[in-house]
Design a protein around this ligand. Structure first.
Ligand code: BJW
Ligand code: ZN
Length: 239
């Protein structure tokens, strides 16, 4: 099994990782749709849309505050670290749906955050945005212009940051190997990235303990956790 993947990775010039909540699961951050996923406990439409935010900003902010505390206390795991270390051997780009910043904290230098960042906040009206890692005294926090601040994440129905998405499509179209780790691939447009890679005849590898809706489009599926499998990818270069 591993030999075919090893050959593809060794011969690649550029490897693109498409990551999702599952890669941070072993850092103690819950997924959305998995066994203990957030969307099993909470209604996405009441927490992750702009309408929900305007209807009940306090509720949405309380939910994000709790997640911010958990994420800030979390540490990158062996999966994040292996991807970061791969940069010593090959051109690596990370296209992540995660908002937790763990790829950057692990040391990856080319990370594109498709769904924004939980560290960053922005004004709902003016251009103000800033990174904040402290608690907010007032909920919802207010901008100096008097309007509400919100987390700079992408909610359902909102467009992805255009420049980030453009770069993501370009990198996906240029890679030789795409590794899709810890994502259910149900959310668009992020789930179209493997199609861009396939158009360049890239080798597609999925790392996920469960099947996904795109498993049949993969060249290879590894049914295991990313923190276990990704260090093995790194060992291909070390051996
Ligand atoms: C492991 C593991 C381990 C576990 N190791 N693996 C119908 C109505 C309304 C909208 C739509 C609709 N149909 C389509 C849409 C579009 C919508 C969409 O895709 N919806 C689908 C759900 C149907 N998309 C959007 O709205 C996007 N915007 C858009 O399309 O804009 C168009 C537009 C253009 C121009 C102008 C205006 C608009 C935006 C999507 C934003 C998604 N936002 C969220 C929340 C972000 C902020 C936050 O975190 O609070 O992003 S939702 C949530 O899902 C989050 C994630 O990034 C995203 C993807 O989830 P992910 O990462 O795949 O996680 P899971 O939980 O689904 O999967 C985890 C996987 O890991 C599982 O497979 C496990 O098995 C695996 N796993 N342990 C490896 N140890
Ligand atoms: Zn403002």
């Amino acid at each position: 099994m591993f030999e075919e993947i090893s050959e593809e990775i060794k011969n690649a010039n550029k490897i693109v990782f498409v990551t999702g909540a599952g890669i941070s699961q072993e850092s103690g951050i819950p997924t959305f749709r998995g066994k203990d996923g957030l969307w099993r406990k909470y209604d996405a439409m009441q927490l992750a849309t702009i309408d929900a935010f305007h209807a009940n900003p306090k509720l949405v902010w309380e939910w994000y505050n709790e997640r911010r505390m958990n994420i800030f206390a979390a540490k990158p795991n062996n999966g994040h670290e292996a991807i970061a270390e791969l940069e010593n051997y090959i051109d690596v780009v990370v296209l992540t749906q995660n908002i937790d910043g763990l790829h950057q904290r692990a040391g990856s230098s080319k990370v594109f955050e498709l769904h924004g960042s939980i560290v960053r906040i922005k004004c709902t009206v003016c251009d103000y945005q800033n990174d904040v890692i402290t608690n907010f005294e007032q909920i919802p926090p207010k901008c100096i212009c008097g309007n509400m601040l919100r987390p700079d994440v992408v909610w359902f129905g909102e467009p992805l940051p255009q420049n980030v998405w453009r770069q993501a499509m370009i990198h996906a179209s240029q890679c030789d190997v795409m590794v899709i780790a810890g994502t259910s691939l149900v959310v668009s447009p992020a789930n179209t990235l493997p199609i861009y890679a396939k158009q360049n005849n890239a080798f597609l590898v999925e790392i996920n303990p469960e099947r996904t809706i795109m498993t049949s489009d993969m060249d290879y599926s590894v049914r295991d956790s990313s923190a276990r499998v990704l260090p093995e990818f790194l060992s291909i270069f070390k051996s």
